[in-house]
Design a protein around this ligand. Structure first.
Ligand SMILES: [Zn+2]
Length: 489
């Protein structure tokens, strides 16, 4: 069956409906996660915009700009498994674990484990989380995965991996760079990972187990250096130095109110781009919280400064490595020695930068391994055969044994993993440029802020590669992340 391509008038109408669809979804996410309403009524919105997510709509956009074709394909696939997504959310909210006679909500288990100093209890908590995941969530993921596999073929692609290559994702090239990065930083991670585990938990890397990882990164001893009361003022002052008055940005809404059901993590909801961008915070303090706030503020300023005149795909779609790159640029200030010296009165700034570099190395190695795994996963005939392969690839990258059971839960969808990986390279290379151009205190320079606002205004119309090339003349490369890490080690 052939489907006629959309006329340009129809493509414009699709853009407009697509923008409204995303706006309504964002509003719903905001209302739910900001604690304004209990339910997350995604299905109702999907129903209202059903015309956008049919197979015919997707196929009629095959020759439209790639971003619209991808948006329509993702809508088609997402709509087929929307009941599964709702089911996962419901199970995650309702499921309770019982550990040592104490009842703990499933979604709290990771946090409780990371906050637990007693190693044996951490193991009990984590094993219970994995048992519940395997029993209640993996069957739902497997069913959704079977639906996806069949549906992808109706989009004329043999599998999800080939579909994304068709969207211009350079998966094989990036995988090659990730393999090189993993090789090149293997000894470094063995040395630095081991050192950090010993310092913080009194364990060697070879003794470390999955339930120790969250605890390692949690580092409660650093919390007192990052007080909750100083967090929003530090952000306002940092943006102020760049020439941005956060409180006077009419399109940026700071939601600082405490509500019982508000998610404890900061988030950014670009409801309208650039007209209505929400930055939501429930400040509890600690290094994690500061990093999350600065990360989300990077997204907020990017979307809030995006030009009104861009197409829907230039504002909302495009290369996610761009918005993640802006988020990383802000996030990494929190462990940047020059910034710490200026904004926080803390001792041992070099130690903080060192530890920041080790965590970055951990995450980059984890995501590099995830990409290699996802490329294999989406080409496998039978997903269950990938269970042990997941543990093998991830454990080899991190040098500690990981659970095979998370082989489905650890996949983000839409190859979003490539957005994070490339955003780290974008941040590393752009930071080098900013330091060369404006000095080590680039973040305190009004003219650096002018440049950032100019770059934010182009939204996500150019890819991260094109944007970097345009500004610095350099090619985006993963090797820059390894250099970035080594700078502080
Ligand atoms: Zn982000």
């Amino acid at each position: 069956m052939t489907v006629e391509p959309m006329t340009s008038r129809e493509v414009d109408a699709f853009r407009e409906r697509g923008d409204a669809f995303t706006r309504d979804l964002m509003q719903e996410y905001y209302d739910h996660f900001a604690g304004l309403k209990d339910e997350l009524e995604i299905e109702r919105i999907y129903e209202e915009y059903e015309d956008l997510t049919t197979l015919d709509t997707a196929r009629s956009l095959e020759h439209a700009p790639t971003e619209l074709w991808r948006f329509a394909c993702e809508g088609f696939l997402g709509n087929l498994t929307r009941a599964h997504q709702a089911r996962v959310a419901q199970v995650e909210t309702e499921l309770k674990a019982t550990v040592d006679g104490e009842e703990i909500p499933y979604r709290m288990l990771r946090v409780v484990t990371a906050n637990e100093a007693d190693r044996d209890r951490r193991e009990r908590l984590d094993r219970e989380r994995i048992r519940l995941l395997d029993e209640h969530l993996n069957p739902v993921y497997l069913e959704a995965s079977a639906i996806d596999r069949e549906a992808v073929q109706r989009l004329d692609a043999p599998n999800y991996y080939e579909l994304y290559k068709g969207f211009g994702f350079r998966l094989d090239e990036l995988a090659e760079e990730c393999r090189a990065l993993l090789d090149e930083t293997e000894k470094l991670w063995e040395r630095e990972g081991d050192r950090l585990f010993r310092e913080r938990l009194g364990l060697s890397l070879s003794e470390a187990r999955p339930w120790d990882v969250g605890r390692l990164l949690r580092a409660p001893e650093l919390d007192r250096l990052y007080p909750s009361g100083g967090m929003v003022p530090a952000l306002e002052a940092t943006l102020g130095d760049l020439g941005i008055d956060l409180r006077s940005q009419a399109n940026v809404h700071l939601d600082l109110e405490v509500r019982p059901n508000k998610t404890p993590r900061a988030f950014c909801a670009p409801i309208e781009v650039p007209g209505k961008v929400m930055l939501v915070i429930q400040p509890i303090g600690g290094k994690d919280d500061w990093e999350a706030l600065f990360h989300e503020a990077g997204h907020t300023e990017h979307y809030g400064n995006t030009s009104e005149t861009l197409s829907m795909e230039g504002k909302r779609l495009g290369d996610m490595a761009v918005t993640e790159g802006w988020a990383m640029l802000m996030q990494h200030l929190v462990t940047e020695p020059a910034w710490l010296g200026r904004r926080l009165d803390v001792p041992r700034v070099d130690d903080l930068a060192h530890e920041g570099a080790v965590s970055l190395l951990f995450f980059v190695r984890r995501y590099a391994a995830k990409l290699l795994y996802e490329i294999e996963f989406f080409q496998a005939d039978e997903p269950t055969t990938m269970r042990n392969r997941y543990a093998e690839i991830l454990s080899d990258a991190l040098k500690l044994p990981l659970y095979p059971e998370t082989y489905l839960d650890d996949i983000d969808g839409s190859f979003y993993v490539t957005g994070y990986l490339r955003s780290w390279a974008f941040e590393a290379q752009l930071r080098d440029f900013l330091r060369a151009e404006f000095g080590n205190e680039w973040f305190a320079r009004r003219d650096a802020g002018d440049l950032l606002r100019e770059l934010w205004s182009v939204g996500q119309e150019p890819t991260a590669d094109a944007l970097l090339k345009d500004v610095t003349g350099a090619r985006l490369e993963m090797a820059a992340v390894a250099d970035r890490v080594r700078e502080h080690l």
